[in-house]
Design a protein around this ligand. Sequence first.
Ligand code: NDP
Length: 239
Amino acid sequence: MDSSEQRNVLVTGGNRGIGLAIARAFEAAGDRVVITYRSGEPPEGLTGVKAEVTDSASVDNAFTEAEKIFGGPVDVVVANAGITRDTLLMRMSDEDFDAVIDTNLAGAFRCARRAVTGMIRKRRGRIILISSVVGLYGSPGQTNYAASKSGLVGLARSISRELGGRGITANVVAPGFIDTEMTAVLPEEQKKAYLATIPAGRFATPEEVAAVVRFIASDEAAYITGAVIPVDGGLGMGH
Ligand code: NDP
């Protein structure tokens, strides 16, 4: 691949878990990658910029820094940063609800909003929002998380309708259960119960999500927009 074909890829929350696997996959394919992180150091071999996705100024700064590193606008943004604050509806505080919406949904909005300025100028761009099977399937104890993740579908579809004519696609990737720190904290009993409902009979690796994200970002996927692409071993079939 010559350097004019390399894309400028920004992955939020790319310091660990699914985001890190996505960043590594783009890098392995020869793209220029910048990840965002909040504390410590970026993972070895990856360039990082600090970003707090609940803060518009911080997102803006991260993009500005990334653009300096790339020497041009971001072509592919992967809004991956996300949190859970699980508890039953009756016990859920306003703060638990708001924090999850602010990070998972408004965080993705802030990144997409900042990204499109450069994409419109270049008349190309890929916006990829990392949702969850839970967004459309629902999950007890995750009203905040499910609401935030289904909100991403409306966000991506509206961006598709606004900017589809400018060479920009916006899609949602909806992973099922993936082996990361987020799922490592689940009680064994709960993991067993989840496993029993997954047709593939296993959790996925972060690399399996990364491969799909990379395809959605490719030139071959130019006609896919406003789609929800599951990577869930069949868990969410029909949802
Ligand atoms: P991890 O908990 O392993 O990583 C989450 C990442 O998001 C970290 O890099 C974290 O940064 C970052 N992050 C969280 N809050 C913020 C914030 N306010 N500002 C900036 N960065 C933030 O999660 P996973 O890798 O498992 O999940 C990644 C995405 O995939 C999430 O959106 C999640 O909802 C989704 N997902 C995960 C599934 C799974 O089974 N694991 C299934 C379906 C969807 P820091 O290190 O600083 O905390």
